[in-house]
Design a protein around this ligand. Sequence first.
Ligand SMILES: NC(=O)c1ccc[n+]([C@@H]2O[C@H](COP(=O)([O-])OP(=O)(O)OC[C@H]3O[C@@H](n4cnc5c(N)ncnc54)[C@H](O)[C@@H]3O)[C@@H](O)[C@H]2O)c1
Length: 273
Amino acid sequence: MKAEDIKCIGVMGGGTMGSGIAQTAILAGYKTIVRDLRDQLCERARNTIVDGRFGLKSGVERGKITQAQMDRAVANLSTTTKVEDLKNCDLIIETIGLTETTGATSERKAVWLESKPLKLEVFAELDKIVKKDAIFASNTSLFTIADLAKAVKRKDKFIGMHWFRPANIMKVVEVTYTADTSKETIQILKGICQRFGKTAVLVKDVSGDTGFVGNRIMWAVREEAFKIVREGIATKEDVDTVMTLGFNWPAGPFTRTGIVRSDDKQTRYADLR
Ligand SMILES: NC(=O)c1ccc[n+]([C@@H]2O[C@H](COP(=O)([O-])OP(=O)(O)OC[C@H]3O[C@@H](n4cnc5c(N)ncnc54)[C@H](O)[C@@H]3O)[C@@H](O)[C@H]2O)c1
């Protein structure tokens, strides 16, 4: 199989990342099926793609795409709650997660959660249903790709595809290969990223759920930033000011959502402020 043979993409999970990924895929001309658990979630994904802040309509309004491009993209999109509808897809991008809301009403925060047992369960299900030569890619932020590949027989066709948020805007994708991922699968993923308008950075998979390149670096930065605040050296705002004005960072370490806890089973994200 070659990159040109990929015609239909299945996106498992139509949340924040899944809708951005699906938007990228439909604009690049791929028939794309988004699967989520309930009709309302499928509808939410469609609304995000069409009417969302970074959606297609806003792209037309800002002159980034034409109305004709938007219409063609929308025609490429379908949604489903039935996993069987993905059976003929050539590539599945898994981007499932759970969003929890924590805290008292006055200080409610969204906490994004990724669960390894859930991803393993979903990949095992997909392996039975989706055609044997389809490639499986996981958008996990941290989990070791070879661990997730244990759920499937097609280990040569299993790969990491880590996007950044907003997925349809950010220009890089970390493509993580295991010892079993075939050269063909890597080439196909690189070709697809190119057609998506993304730069693919190849990353070697390692054990220990360490994350790939971007999150490892950001994690180290945040550890130091928290240490500075804990030691009373400067406030969070001051740390952000130094990094934005001093190093021209677009945002400081505290202005973004970050990974706040990770273990073998799950990763939690939250607003750091
Ligand atoms: N949010 C980020 O910045 C970011 C960045 C890179 C990677 N990721 C990874 O992407 C994944 C999704 O993150 P998100 O922010 O889009 O989460 P989200 O909570 O916005 O969306 C996850 C979606 O998955 C759906 N889902 C759960 N189980 C499912 C199943 N069995 N089949 C189909 N859909 C299912 C949920 O209903 C939800 O709509 C996580 O693994 C996360 O680590 C997130």
